[in-house]
Design a protein. Structure first.
Lengths: 274, 305
């Protein structure tokens, strides 16, 4: 008897929870397709009475929004490439090479992972000022070029490669650089995919650091630009416009997530394995 | 004797340089540079700046500031706004962590043991908030909890007059907390799922044969066996909620009347006012709290496993 009842109860409970969980997404998307007047007049409505793409048209004709979008893309591409290169090198070294200072290097990765950002952003900002990189995309991207989580993912992957494979190449006289490029990297596809996803996510969704470094609208990334647009709107917010902006910010990640859920899951579980 | 010792340790007595030292550090160089510039130097200088009266005007000449000793720390601890921020952060942790964990654990349990179909669909949907951009979601949260927003519209249909959620000193905090929980329970669920999958089936089956019911098995077998996961999740969530910034910044900017101002947000506001010394001192206090909590929880983790 319980065998029949329980799944029905559980599925119903799960579906109710799913609805609560995805409600905000539904609202953002449906709101972006409604006029601001409609949104303010019918706050309880689920679906647009009259769907319109007018908000998106206004959004992209508005000064700056295209700049925020291209800034976000540039920063994300730089950060992803940086992470793939630097983290695969560091992960390989930590997992497969014997060297002096290995424990120090590993401790540094752990420290980088654990130190709260809010504890270091003031001096990070001072450093960025000294480097002359305030209000530049380079200043936004630089601290995230090698994320500790990327190194963890790569190190964990490298540790799974049998030592015999590398030893055989060493006996044949291959240098470590050659082993890295010709044996390790060709095998590292899945780890590279996970690092790509995780570092793209970190870059695309990063909010507080770009908020600090970007001082003018020319170097705003999407989240910072969107927050500024929303705050500038004043008392009666142009909800249609900002929700269209919200859709542009969220959509790339949700689409990636839909198709590449596996890699997201691997990435988050990797943080659990430290 | 020397031979015996050598055989015992398996290493030659004359210490040789490990074979890959040069090349390994070459591979680690990009990380090392970024680490030194953006983590090591900032931690040290954070402490140094916190002992000075540095202001934003001193940015071009950071070495020309005056040493002020512990003055920033003293004035912080006697500042009611900072004390309020500490208490608020405590509320975020004490309420946010257990609630998020219970939701995440319950979902993981249902997805792992309760149902057979659509597991990965549910898992994906529950995890979606984690990957979503917080600025986008905060916008809809603000709209939904507006005086004339969706939540109040629903309440009005039920015959209640809804309050101005984010404008009320007592109600703003629960709304901000709710966003933090919504955004994090997917992570807890995923880590618990990984933990539950490591519980051996045969142990549970043996207990079932001995007559232990499902609740008994949960209490006596599953929960003790996944203790390492539980501690890990509690560390990650505690560290998150201790540093909570995005949610209060975007929803209320710490208001009304400082009722949702977290320590991280306080730090940011002091930074915005140009009080770099005070801001660094506040963030150093936060750093010590985060480090202490992590160390405590990892110690617990080690002693149990």
């Amino acid at each position: 008897m319980t065998g029949r009842l329980r799944p029905t109860v559980l599925y119903t409970a799960l579906i109710v929870l799913v609805i609560i969980t995805v409600l905000p997404f539904v609202w953002v998307i449906s709101g972006s397709l409604r006029t601001t007047g409609d949104i303010l007049a019918n706050p309880g409505a689920w679906l647009p009475t009259q769907a319109t793409f007018d908000n998106f048209v206004r959004l992209f004709s508005k000064n700056g929004f295209s700049t925020f979008l291209s800034n976000s893309i540039v920063v994300a591409v730089v950060i992803v490439i940086g992470n793939i290169i630097a983290a695969s090198m560091a992960g390989f070294a930590l997992a497969k090479l014997e060297f002096r200072g290995k424990r120090i290097a590993f401790a540094a990765v752990l420290i980088a992972l654990m130190v709260p950002f809010s504890a270091t952003f003031v001096p990070q900002f001072v450093v960025t000022v000294q480097l002359g990189l305030v209000d530049t995309l380079a200043g936004i991207a630089l601290p995230s070029l090698v994320l500790p989580i990327s190194i963890f993912i790569m190190r964990q992957f490298a540790a799974g490669i049998p030592d015999e494979l590398l030893e055989a190449a060493r006996i044949d006289g291959a240098s470590e650089i050659r082993i890295f490029f010709q044996i390790f990297l060709p095998l590292a596809g899945p780890a590279v995919a996970t690092v790509t996803i995780m570092s793209f996510l970190a870059s695309w969704n990063n909010f507080i650091w770009p908020l600090i470094v970007a001082q003018s609208a020319d170097s705003y990334t999407l989240p910072v630009g969107l927050a500024a647009m929303s705050q500038a709107a004043g008392n009666v917010k142009d909800y249609g416009l900002v929700l269209a902006g919200a859709v542009v910010v969220m959509l790339p990640v949700l689409v990636l997530f839909l198709f590449l859920q596996r890699y997201f899951v691997q990435g988050i579980v990797a943080t659990g394995l430290k | 004797m020397a031979f015996a010792l050598q055989a015992k340790t398996g290493a030659p007595l004359t210490r040789r340089r490990p074979p890959h030292t040069g090349i390994a550090w070459l591979f680690l160089a990009p990380f090392a540079v970024i680490f030194v510039v953006f983590t090591a130097i900032p931690i040290i200088s954070s402490l140094a700046i916190s002992l000075t009266d540095m202001k934003s005007a001193d940015l071009q000449t950071p070495f020309g500031v005056d040493f002020s000793g512990l003055e920033n720390y003293v004035s912080l601890l006697s500042d009611p706004n900072f004390v309020r921020a500490i208490l608020n952060t405590l509320i975020f942790v004490v309420v946010g962590v257990p609630v998020t964990m219970v939701i995440g654990f319950a979902l993981a349990l249902v997805l792992n043991n309760g149902i057979r179909r659509f597991r990965s669909v549910f898992r994906g949907l529950f995890y979606a908030p984690v990957v979503t951009n917080i600025v986008s979601v905060a916008l809809i949260w603000q709209y939904a909890f507006n005086q004339n927003g969706t939540v109040n519209e629903v309440l009005a249909n039920l015959g209640f007059a809804g309050p101005n959620w984010l404008g009320d000193e007592n109600l703003a905090m629960p709304v901000v907390l709710l966003l933090g929980i919504w955004r994090n329970f997917g992570t807890a669920m995923l880590l618990f799922l990984a933990g539950l999958q490591s519980v051996p089936e045969d142990v549970k089956e043996a207990a079932a044969l001995d007559g232990a019911g499902p609740w008994r098995r949960l209490w006596s077998i599953t929960i003790p066996l996944i203790m390492p996961t539980t501690l890990l999740v509690s560390v990650l969530l505690s560290v998150f909620f201790l540093q909570v910034f995005d949610e209060p910044y975007l929803l209320t900017n710490g208001g009304p009347l400082g009722s949702t101002e977290s320590m991280a947000l306080f730090t940011y506001h002091q930074f915005g006012f140009g009080n770099f010394g005070i801001s660094s001192a506040a963030s150093f206090i936060l750093l010590i709290i985060v480090a202490a909590v992590s160390a405590l929880q990892f110690r617990l983790l080690r002693s149990r496993s």
